[in-house]
Design a protein around this ligand. Structure first.
Ligand code: C5P
Length: 227
């Protein structure tokens, strides 16, 4: 399930970032592609903004393995809307697992998705993440308040993999308490789960600012060169 209903305002461009051109395709098409090809993934739900006019123009718009849902004002709302769509489609199955991936991460590879599937915990789930390598400072009013032990810190990426029913409960619980979460793991943690940290790759960047597009281009070119 891929939330792609954001406006991408931090890019400062006239198009949402998921539709910006990247090596001959829209950024979103790169982010979706590996999930369409992996045989153990049943399908992809894409969450689009209500006023989206771009998706219908893409070649993947009529892909038989893609369903769409309408997103909300906040990312968590969009995710819940997408999960509802997944749930409608999988009512006949028990214990469905769902991968949630940001549309803004176009360089994710098959290998990372497969590793997550292998290493994530059945009940607690898991997420791709990278150990922090820089020295970490906690700041206060522009000055260092303390140096924190980086050995404990990871940068969370996507995809993240959870059991559908548990994730929906966890997200609804956060929403009912007005708690703002920035990833699905955050909701699961609040519900008492301990998602598995699965080592990701530095190349799985999140495109946030215009200069990130150049970096995404670089990583995609590198991946093309790999045997
Ligand atoms: O804004 P940010 O980069 O954190 O967004 C992460 C992902 O969540 C993007 O793929 C974006 O399209 C999606 N999103 C969404 N609905 C929102 C806000 C963000 O689907 N209301």
């Amino acid at each position: 399930m891929i939330p792609a209903a954001g406006g991408g305002t931090r890019m400062g461009l006239n198009k949402p970032k998921q539709y910006l051109p990247l090596r001959g395709r829209a950024l979103l098409e790169w982010s979706v592609a590996p999930f369409l090809d992996l045989p153990w993934i049943d399908g992809v739900v894409l969450v689009l903004a209500r006023n989206d006019t771009e998706f219908a123009k893409l070649p993947i718009a009529r892909h038989p393995r893609i369903l769409t849902a309408v997103g909300g004002a906040a990312r968590a709302e969009s995710v819940l809307s997408g999960l509802q769509r997944v749930a409608e489609r999988s009512r006949a199955f028990r214990e469905v697992h769902v991968l949630v991936h940001d549309a803004a991460r176009p360089c994710v590879t098959y290998a990372e998705i497969e590793r997550l599937q292998e290493e994530a915990d059945d009940r607690h789930g898991g997420l791709l993440a990278l150990p922090v390598t820089d020295t970490l400072k906690r700041g206060k009013q522009g000055r260092v308040a303390e140096t924190v032990d980086r050995a404990f810190y990871w940068r969370a990426q996507t995809p993240q993999l959870f059991r559908l029913d548990l994730l929906m409960d966890a997200l609804r619980e956060c929403s009912s308490h007005g708690l703002e979460i920035t990833d699905e793991s955050g909701a699961m943690e609040r519900a008492g789960y301990k998602p598995r940290l699965v080592r990701g790759l530095e190349s799985n960047i999140k495109v946030t600012f215009p200069e990130d597009l150049r970096l995404a281009e670089f990583w995609l070119a590198q991946q093309e060169l790999q045997p």
